[in-house]
Write a protein that binds this ligand. Structure first.
Ligand code: SF4
Length: 337
């Protein structure tokens, strides 16, 4: 006999739900095809000696069953959560498949800056694997708040200088600053690169960490970078790398139940519904799309294939061009004859 600690009776017009909790397990009935109505009532009657609250609930149920002859129907769908037996529908944006197909179409030429200057392209694939991985990490550190062209040029100078942990640690800060200038926040990045390189040498035997958690412990490395490093350096997809493009575009397309404020919220929201097999491509796809079409300011909605199925694009009005100001004509005073 179960020791009842809690019993809830939830009733809708079609379903009756018991939740019985004993010290070892939770059970819920009514949607389970294995429980018949009489079993349900028998189970209920076994609680009559239990708490007053439980007894009252059972009496109410019995009265209702008798009076209204409620028919207990069982559903064949078993997608319930394990807390209250409530059906949990998986949310996904209604038109995401069409939107994604259109983005693929618009990106088919692969001619965005990220296609020729992504972190994996500007690192030296012919170097030792650990050196290549270090360069992937460095190129991602340089790329934050920086255009791909500037990051690529900085990486090219670093590689020419010798982009290995030992050599970067031997390089003084001033020289390193000159090599990476003008990437965004270059002074701070000199500091981050030095600290991170020292950590890699001391704690990771001159290689980079192999988990998102450990990567995030490195100075100047956040989740976005960590997920991209896992993908590009270790070829492991542990999550979606959400940068400013993915954050902006996914919100414009209505890919979240509620608009997200932080990239981390965007990542969690996307990972909730986007099929896992698409996680590896989504960052690269949207970054290029954001560089060419869905620009941060003045997106090119009028030429976008998604303009009819994008909530942002449908309401977007491109700014009217202000009429060109005519150059002021200089009226020269006539010289006295
Ligand atoms: S319609 Fe405009 S906002 Fe929507 S995806 Fe296209 S470019 Fe971006």
């Amino acid at each position: 006999m179960l020791t009842v600690r809690n019993l809830k009776l939830l009733q809708t017009t079609r379903n009756i739900l018991f939740i019985m909790t004993d010290t070892h397990e939770s059970k819920y009935f009514s949607h389970s095809p294995s429980v018949t109505r009489s079993q349900l009532l028998r189970t209920g009657s076994s609680f009559q000696k239990c708490s007053k609250e439980s007894n009252d609930a059972i009496k109410t149920l019995k009265r209702k069953v008798k009076k209204e002859k409620i028919e207990i129907k069982y559903e064949t769908d078993t997608s319930y959560d394990n807390v209250g037996g409530i059906k949990k529908e998986k949310w996904e944006p209604s038109t995401w498949r069409d939107q994604l197909k259109n983005i693929h179409e618009m990106r088919k030429n692969r001619d965005a800056p990220v296609d020729s200057m992504g972190c994996d392209v500007i690192s030296d694939v012919t170097a030792k694997p650990e050196v290549y991985r270090y360069q992937v990490l460095l190129s991602l550190m340089l790329s934050s708040q920086t255009r791909d062209q500037v990051t690529s040029a900085a990486m090219s100078r670093l590689r020419e200088h010798g982009c290995t942990i030992d050599n970067i640690l031997k390089t003084d800060d001033q020289k390193l600053g000159q090599l990476i200038y003008p990437v965004g926040f270059w002074k701070r990045k000199v500091e981050y690169i030095k600290k991170t390189s020292q950590t890699l040498l001391d704690q990771y035997n001159g290689d980079i960490p192999k988990t998102v958690e450990d990567l995030c412990k490195l100075t100047g490395v956040g989740p976005k970078m960590a997920y991209l490093v896992m993908k590009c350096a270790w070829n492991e997809i542990q999550g979606i790398g959400v940068d400013t493009h993915v954050h902006r575009i996914s919100n414009r397309l209505g890919w979240h139940q509620k608009p997200t404020k932080q990239p981390e919220d965007t990542r969690k929201s996307l990972e909730d519904w986007l099929p896992r097999e698409l996680w590896s491509e989504i960052n690269h796809l949207l970054v290029g799309f954001g560089q060419q079409t869905c620009l941060p300011v003045y997106p090119k909605c009028s030429v976008c294939l998604n303009k009819q199925i994008c909530p942002y694009g449908r309401s977007y009005k491109s700014p009217k061009k202000s009429p060109k100001k005519l150059p002021k004509t200089e009226i020269k005073k006539e010289e006295p004859v």
